[in-house]
Ligand binder design. Structure first.
Ligand code: AMP
Ligand code: MG
Length: 352
């Protein structure tokens, strides 16, 4: 299949852009797939109420079909049409954070096919904060199922180029809307349990949710890598975000980390391996690997979140075999950063 690429500037949705969104919406209405930008990462969209579309999404990504999709809506009225009820907690969270990087799990009704929810009686729903995404949802009939627009297991795409790499020839259209704002996937909160529970940390932090809802917990399997418990979010059991090379996270004082990584990269180089380091602005000058990339200033967690997936992808392009990353503070958005980094490393951590 030939994949059509169109470019739309979020800040300038003119007549031509509107025609593009209409064409993309028609593709989705007719059961096809379109990759599009959101404020978190690029999504691979299909009609969430059409089981055949969901099957195509799983096939294009190579994603296991028990890993459910997130349904994207453009207004609150549409939310109430696909769930059993909209609890107070959901209204409060929507008031506070929608449109935005927060996904809520609610009880689904019969309109949502099991193909979209991976066989579950619950459905994940989000209203993205991006004018291209919102326009496309409206043009598509109101409900777009969209996981991240990458091949299953690879880092999520933060620019259209990475969607092209993974999905060209497999889907009808890719909308290039430039670089995304946030760079990590949405926070997922389950509202079907007695106490709301974070199933995936993200840009909306535990403290932000607590401020709106009072009590909120976090799925233990997210913060404790040695936990043998089955995670509540089905997708969490799969290897994720992984670069092609082997990645190790190194924890310790800055001096120890630099020394250790330099020693290990020297040894790997001696074996003919290509080496890489994920460092910070503060430390990057000290490393002697083949390729050293900074994810930003150590204290600027928004920038680190924004750069992480991009840097992991760039290491793939540069055919790096062995990579080391510094570790980051595990609070606030840091919780999401470390969650993604640990998964990318397959929980391979060296503590000094
Ligand atoms: P992605 O589409 O790649 O951002 O991943 C979507 C995530 O949402 C996966 O980790 C899913 O397991 C999670 N998810 C989607 N629907 C549900 C649901 N009904 N219950 C729990 N987790 C869900
Ligand atoms: Mg994903």
């Amino acid at each position: 299949m030939e994949t059509k690429l169109i470019v739309i500037e979020e800040k300038n949705i003119d007549e031509e852009a509107k025609r593009g969104l209409k064409e993309a919406g028609d593709i989705i209405k007719n059961g096809g797939l379109v990759a599009f930008p959101t404020e978190t990462v690029y999504g691979l969209g299909g009609d969430a109420l059409n089981p055949e579309s969901s099957k195509k999404i799983y096939a294009a990504k190579g994603r296991p079909s028990d890993n459910p999709l997130i349904v994207h809506v453009a207004n609150m009225d549409d939310l109430s049409k696909i769930v059993k009820e909209v609890p107070d907690s959901a209204r409060k969270l929507a008031d506070a954070f929608w449109p935005g990087p927060l996904t809520m799990i609610l009880e689904k009704n019969d309109k949502v096919p099991y193909e979209t929810t991976g066989g579950l009686d619950t459905v994940a729903i989000r209203m993205p904060n991006n004018q291209i995404a919102l326009g496309l949802i409206r043009e598509s009939g109101g409900y777009i199922a969209a996981p991240s627009a990458n091949t299953s297991g690879r880092p999520s795409p933060t620019v259209a180029k990475f969607c092209v790499e993974d999905l060209s020839g497999k889907i009808e259209m890719i909308i290039d809307g430039g670089q995304v704002g946030i760079g990590l996937e949405s926070t997922i909160v389950d509202l079907t349990s007695d106490v709301p529970m974070i199933l995936r940390p993200g840009y909306i932090t535990l403290d932000m949710l607590k401020e709106v809802l009072g009590e909120v917990t976090i799925d233990k399997t997210i913060i404790d890598s040695s936990s043998t418990q089955k995670p509540k979010a089905p997708g969490m059991k799969y290897r994720h975000y992984a670069p092609k090379g082997q990645l190790t996270i190194v924890q310790g004082s800055e001096k120890e980390v630099v020394e250790y990584i330099n020693k290990e990269t020297a040894a790997a180089k001696a074996l003919g391996k290509r080496t890489g380091v994920i460092g910070t602005d503060e430390s990057k000058e000290h490393y002697r690997a083949d390729i050293v990339k900074s994810v930003g200033n150590r204290l600027d967690e928004k920038t680190i979140a924004h750069e992480l997936f991009k840097v992991l992808r760039e290491f793939d392009d540069e055919n790096v075999d062995v990579m080391f990353s510094e570790s980051f503070d595990d609070s606030g958005i840091g919780q999401a950063i470390m969650n993604r980094l640990l998964k990318a490393a397959g929980h391979n951590v060296k503590i000094l």
